[in-house]
Design a protein around this ligand. Sequence first.
Ligand code: 13P
Ligand code: 13P
Ligand code: MG
Ligand code: MG
Length: 364
Amino acid sequence: MVITLSVIKADVGGYVGHASMHPDLMDEGERHCASAKQEGLLIDYKVMRCGDDLELIMTHEQGVDNDHIHKMAWETFEDCADVARKLKLYGAGQDLIADAFSGNVRGMGPGLAEMEIEERPSEPVIVFMADKTSAGAWNQPLYKMFSDPFNTSGLVIAPGMHEGFSFEVQDVVDHKKITFNSPEEIYDLLMFIGAPSRYTVKAVYSRNTGQVAAVSSTERLSLIAGKYVGKDDPVCIVRCQGAFPAVGEVLEPFAMPQLVEGWMRGSHHGPLMPTCFAKCNPSRFDGPPRVIAAGFQLADGKLVGPLDMFDDPSFDMTREWANQIGEYLRRHGPFEPHRLSLHELEYTTMPAIMAKLQERWQSM
Ligand code: 13P
Ligand code: 13P
Ligand code: MG
Ligand code: MG
């Protein structure tokens, strides 16, 4: 059976501040998705949240970039934003940058990851969702999952993975894309994806079967809005087992709390902390950045799950480590490298301060 898995997300209003989500917003999301399922547009869905971001996880047979699916997601976000406005939640409608829907949510503010797949006899997938960080945060984990044998032993010992994977990389500034083959082009690949604020891994494919293995959201809110409105808080879908890395190999990169950009005001580096669903309420200095992992088995498009994959004491040390890194960085206060570099701050509120003081700078 060929099905499409679409994850479309937006920050439609935070509770309290940017920490979490009011249950009324999730109820409104649930209402829309339930009626779309009843009408036959969706096979199945799960309404989730990561910090203050509303996440619509949907299966259907309409293919990727389908205007009915995108319209349904956009209308859901708009009505959720109305609920947020009534409750005077923080940043109600924050990510809905376009004024009206025009056929596709791409470039309108929401983030999206979609894949059309032939469902395997058993189809385990993991949907990763992050808060307080940028598109590009998946570069390092995707590299480790699909290219690093120290992370994924299957690259060495599983015949189905031995041929490696190919990476579709986007230049989000110049709107160009390129594909690199791993393992033979990993040095070229790393040259680019090691700079995740500009180059993002959009998708990964198996070179053995040609099947799509992973898709991530690469929308950069600040580039769409032309100013800082909030962080991208991206999502990523990864297929597991068989010709793909095992579930444990897909989760393993998150045992290292990599430094990502985001955190307070989207203007700081901080460690990406994996948490269970319930503990994804970034509060200390609006963070530190979070990632949750929802595991599903697909059954004729039905989403069997989610299993809360980071609800496991084996990630306790990672969380402790992230807290230590976070504390160390916090002590730098407004200094780099806790604060983003000047170039990266150009996409935040810094240009307004620069403009205000422009006249007072004297030549010397
Ligand atoms: P598969 O090769 O069937 O995916 O099994 C590998 C495995 O489960 C290792 O944990
Ligand atoms: P969000 O992108 O999660 O809304 O966070 C914005 C922010 O500025 C937090 O300090
Ligand atoms: Mg917010
Ligand atoms: Mg958010």
